[in-house]
Design a binder for this molecule. Structure first.
Ligand SMILES: O=P(O)(O)OC[C@H]1O[C@@H](O)[C@H](O)[C@@H](O)[C@@H]1O
Length: 323
């Protein structure tokens, strides 16, 4: 079993990111974002610190999985590298780097990741279909090859959830919030089960659900919106929790109450510019805000209770009729 700590140690830092992969477009401002400025805080930074976050209107939490709840972004990353490092070499293309993962693949549905990376190298191959064998030279064949590598690592190493994410998850559940997982991965259920946290979620919208129901994947907000609907909550009462560029874009694009960016390597400035409202390194930084919101709700409830149990309002004195 690989511990989250060990996997964390392998995570790329913002410094590992190259300027060329960090060029993104802010869906809210349409401004070009250059994450090579990571480390400096723009003067107009609008993201709240976790200490200032007001969670009082939030009744549902929509969690991404890989990189937010479990360190499986690393497992995906390695599986993609096992696919594309030899593949690009064989095609005489620019070598595959970790930066390519963040720029073209992270958070997106499997075959969208393949298309996006191949497009970046000007390589065009047939689409094929999901039944393609892993050694077929098609978009689906390559995706299936990557999936074999992913499942092999998962079986060999297992997965442990991030302890801080589990602490946060349990705190929001205890505070009465509803929770869902929203993942592009078709392997979300086995990953949640391997991490022992599958029983905590009442709703799971994963790559299988999206493909079955024809829901657009991240960076479109649709899978998050679908999860809010299944929870029976308006999107404005839900918070999106994401670590990937495509996922934060999806959250910013929708009308959600809050977008929390977890910095696992994308970089704080890039997350902020993509539309994250609050940025943390670990989710337990938001525990004080959860407790504050729960205390305020309890306070409201007991005040309402006091009002209903207080002695009834006396009948008004009969008005003297001076007419
Ligand atoms: O191939 P899967 O398991 O369906 O996953 C698709 C994608 O799922 C996302 O959650 C990951 O961030 C990506 O790295 C991954 O490629």
């Amino acid at each position: 079993m690989t511990s989250p700590e060990n996997q964390d140690a392998m995570l790329p830092t913002p410094e590992d990111r190259t300027p060329e992969n960090a060029q993104t477009e802010n869906p809210k401002t349409s401004a070009a974002v250059d994450a090579s400025t990571a480390g400096s805080t723009p003067a107009d930074a609008r993201s709240l610190s976790p200490d200032d976050a007001d969670l009082s209107g939030i009744r549902g939490w929509l969690f991404d999985l890989d990189g937010v709840l479990t360190p499986t972004a690393m497992v995906h990353m390695h599986a993609w590298s096992r696919l594309f490092t030899p593949y690009l070499e064989q095609h005489g293309a620019e070598p595959y780097t970790e930066s390519d993962y963040f720029a073209y693949i992270d958070g997106k549905p499997r075959y969208d990741g393949v298309r996006s990376l191949l497009e970046s190298r000007g390589i065009s191959i047939p689409e094929g279909d999901v039944t393609d064998a892993p050694d077929d030279d098609t978009v689906h064949g390559l995706g299936n090859r990557k999936n074999e590598a992913f499942n092999q690592t998962l079986a060999e190493e297992g997965v442990e959830a991030y302890p801080a994410s589990v602490a946060f998850l349990d705190a929001v559940i205890a505070s009465g919030c509803r929770v869902a997982v929203v993942s592009s991965s078709k392997n979300a259920e086995p990953v949640l089960a391997a991490a022992g946290i599958d029983d905590r979620f009442e709703v799971i919208v994963d790559g299988l659900v999206a493909a079955r129901d024809g829901i657009r994947g991240k960076p479109a907000p649709d899978t998050f919106e679908h999860a809010a609907e299944l929870l029976g909550l308006p999107t404005t009462a839900c918070a999106v929790v994401e670590d990937a560029e495509s996922g934060v874009r999806a959250g910013a694009e929708g009308d959600f109450g809050l977008v929390v960016g977890v910095d696992r390597g994308v970089g704080r400035d890039a997350l902020r510019e993509l539309g994250a409202d609050v940025i943390v390194d670990e989710l337990d930084e938001l525990l004080p805000a959860v407790h504050r919101a729960a205390a305020a709700t309890d306070g409201d409830a007991s005040a309402a209770n006091d009002r209903t149990t207080a002695s009834p309002t006396p009948e008004p004195e009969p008005r003297e009729d001076h007419a």
